[in-house]
Design a protein around this ligand. Structure first.
Ligand code: AHM
Ligand code: MG
Length: 334
């Protein structure tokens, strides 16, 4: 925990803005506070997840008589609602929706685009395992005609992200974000309903002792991946490794960020292009990893340099500490 009086995420965002862009309009902090509001609402719903089924009747109605919704649909609605009313978000895109959503009121003069995975790892909810929300914030040119194809605003290279982060709904709820000036983590204090700075300027250790991969797919990994994993197991990088795989990207990455090591989702037989989605999973994770001193690639190039071609495009994702990533990239280059 940081020393001194508690600093909330709102205070931190404002202070960072004053220091780095003293003439900024405040629009951006207003947008981020939409994300923290959504995070608190989703955290509350995730905490009650087990109860929703108990309280809902066979037909799926809760005590208020509303249909019980799947949590990922609910999380999506919460984010669309919280962000769509900020006044500066013109376009949103979500894992849950086939097409980008244009905010009618702000389609001309809104300057931001937010892309998100509302509830990543949601198949883990039934077994009480951590899930998360991942977000990426981009800028857009204003469009006085209001006619521009929203896909043009969304399909931007990861390097152009203005901010990115995730919320992990774990044993506590945490939000971790970057605006390109380091990575900061905040823990939700449920007694006051505020996110408090708990992890300032997070740096990924230069190496770790954990690798994270779905090893059930190992037979279909290309040879350099199998060799890399064999080297880790054999202690050839100079230390003994353990394997940990939660199956929720946010949780697996959160551990990798704090403790170092690697997370891998390489191409597999089932997912020859990789499983994870470029725009709202890999890009925000890669931005955080690079800001924390780590690396993220698709096996050929940095994730942040990939030019996106479609909204739900998939990519291999290899992310982690410098040392492990350097060795893996050497093997992949052959
Ligand atoms: P989802 O967006 O359908 O929830 O899938 C993404 C999740 C990630 O959280 C996780 O890293 C990965 O899928 C796990 O996949 P697998 O079960 O194939 O190992
Ligand atoms: Mg997902």
């Amino acid at each position: 925990m940081a020393a001194g009086p508690p600093l909330t995420i709102q205070q931190h965002i404002l202070e960072e803005q004053r220091r780095l862009t003293p003439h900024a309009s405040g629009d951006f902090s207003w947008l981020l506070s939409g994300i923290t509001l959504a995070a608190k609402i989703i955290a509350d719903q995730v905490r009650r997840a087990g109860l929703a089924d108990i309280l809902g009747e066979a037909g799926g109605r809760n005590v208020q008589g509303e249909a019980v919704q799947k949590l990922d649909v609910l999380a999506n609605k919460v984010l669309l609602h919280c962000l769509g009313r900020r006044g500066n978000v013109a376009v949103m895109a979500s894992e849950e929706d086939d097409e980008p959503i244009v905010v009618a009121r702000d389609r001309q003069y809104g300057t931001y685009v937010v892309v998100f995975d509302p509830l990543d790892g949601s198949s883990n909810i039934d077994v009480n395992v951590s899930v998360g929300t991942i977000f990426s914030i981009l800028r857009r040119e204003i469009d006085p005609t209001g006619q521009r194809d929203p896909m043009i605003d969304v399909l931007q290279c990861g390097r152009l992200q203005r901010a990115a982060g995730y919320v992990v709904y774990g044993s506590s709820t945490m939000i971790v974000y970057t605006t390109g000036h380091g990575v900061h983590g905040f823990t939700l204090d449920p007694s006051i309903g505020a996110f408090i700075l708990s992890h300032e300027n997070i740096k990924m250790p230069p190496h770790g002792t954990i690798y994270s991969v779905n090893e059930a797919n190992a037979d279909s990994f290309a040879e350099p991946y199998r060799r890399f994993l064999a080297e880790l197991r054999a202690g050839q990088l100079g230390r003994t490794y353990s394997s940990r795989y939660i199956g929720s990207l946010v949780a697996d990455f959160h551990r990798t960020l704090l403790k170092g090591g690697v997370f891998l989702y390489p191409p597999t037989r089932q997912y020859p292009q990789g499983k994870l989605r470029l725009l709202y999973e890999a890009n925000p994770i890669a931005f955080l990893a690079e800001q924390a001193g780590g690396a993220a690639t698709d096996g050929r190039q940095p994730i942040l340099d990939i030019k996106p071609e479609s909204l739900h495009q998939r990519t291999p994702l290899l992310v982690g500490s410098r040392e492990e990533m350097d060795r893996l990239m050497t093997l992949l280059r052959g």
